[in-house]
Write a protein that binds this ligand. Structure first.
Ligand SMILES: [Zn+2]
Length: 370
């Protein structure tokens, strides 16, 4: 992820801080300095470091809970409003997702409860809400900060943990895709409320609102795609009617094909039917301008195009299409010959068809499979 710094790793999970988290820390530090000079700034910095550790422990709560269900986490990135653990996937079972989502806030509940017990009667409950007040004891501030972390993270909106808890609870009653849709709508409602509150009270809320809104849309789109891909094979979704180019073709031949067809990516196929690479429209236009029409397509194509067998599961193919950022994935038959293409655009069309079609018993692909 860009705009984040690597701090090291815990059990195979990289720990990163997002730049906005650093800005948030600097902002808090400045407030302390203004209020009480160097001594307060030192105390403030210590508090900030402890706060940072609490957020990190929260994230590791998620990471270790997910590991119980065999889900690995590549990295944890800390943002001003908590952290995001980029897990390979969330556990499919709602009960497991519920536990993974709750494991983070549970860590902060334990920290806060421990500190409250330790403080006992010495604690003035008012102090818990005054974490920016240098006169308040460190233990009370850290307890207060942990309570705020719990409350904030349990807001039922993606990417907050509360959003996942809500989705998991809904998914126990309705399907996963429908539950995500409902949870995302509720989350976007919260985002709008935050945005309006932010205009009047705190501009930071507007940024958070925007982030929640985008995360909710992304989550909904991904869940929809997963629902459509579930149980489908690559052959259900691939493009089978397309124009390909031979290995001796020139950029000029490609340009003619571009005009004749609606395609924007052209596979280059050799004599034995194997995929050698793909020439995109952008690469073609660039080559035409800079290297001339007689340039062989082999010189300007993108050659590291992944291929999948037609009988492979669609969700595996989806992963290689999205993660590797390639324009297309080639689909091959048992002999390794190119018989189809998968593009993001045609998957989008497939989703449109799927959502317009009435529900078919036995899942969306029940009929096609026979
Ligand atoms: Zn969390």
């Amino acid at each position: 992820m860009r705009w984040s710094l690597n701090l090291g790793s815990v059990g195979g999970t990289a720990i990163r801080i997002h730049v906005t988290f650093l800005l948030f820390l600097v902002w808090l530090g400045a407030i302390y300095y203004r209020q009480g000079g160097a001594e307060a700034a030192w105390q403030g910095t210590l508090f900030i470091v402890i706060l940072f550790l609490c957020v990190l422990l929260h994230e590791l709560g998620h990471v270790f809970a997910a590991r119980r269900y065999g889900v690995k986490t590549r990295d944890v990135t800390l943002w001003p409003f908590g952290g995001i653990a980029s897990m390979e996937q969330m556990p499919e079972k709602p009960s497991q997702e519920l536990i993974v989502a709750l494991a983070g806030p549970a860590v902060n509940v334990v920290i806060a409860a421990g500190l409250l017990l330790w403080l006992g009667p010495r604690l003035d409950p008012q102090n818990l809400t005054q974490i920016e007040n240098p006169a308040v004891s460190m233990a009370a501030k850290v307890a207060g900060a942990n309570i705020i972390l719990v409350v904030f993270n349990m807001i039922p909106a993606f990417p907050m943990d509360g959003g996942r808890v809500l989705r998991a609870l809904l998914a126990m009653r309705m399907g996963n895709a429908r539950a995500t849709e409902v949870a995302a709508t509720i989350g976007q409602g919260f985002a709008v409320v935050f945005g309006i509150l932010g205009i009047f009270y705190n501009p930071m809320l507007i940024i958070i609102a925007l982030f929640i809104f985008l995360a909710a849309s992304g989550e909904a789109a991904q869940a929809q795609l997963r629902a459509v891909a579930q149980g489908a094979l690559v052959s259900d979704a691939m493009i089978t009617e397309f124009q390909s180019l031979g290995t001796s073709a020139t950029v000029n031949d490609a340009a003619e094909a571009l005009i004749r067809t609606t395609q924007t990516e052209f596979p280059i196929v050799d004599g034995s039917g194997k995929l050698r690479g793909v020439l995109t429209r952008d690469a073609m236009i660039k080559a035409l301008k800079e290297r001339g029409p007689e340039t062989p397509v082999l010189d300007v194509m993108q050659s590291d195009i992944p291929t999948v067998p037609a009988r492979a599961k669609l969700d595996t193919a989806l992963r290689s299409l999205m993660q590797k950022g390639r324009p297309v994935v080639g689909v091959t038959d048992a002999q390794g010959r190119l018989i189809g293409l998968l593009t993001v655009e045609n998957l989008g069309e497939m989703m449109m068809v799927h959502s317009a079609r009435p529900e078919v018993p036995g899942g969306p692909w029940g009929n096609a499979r026979g």
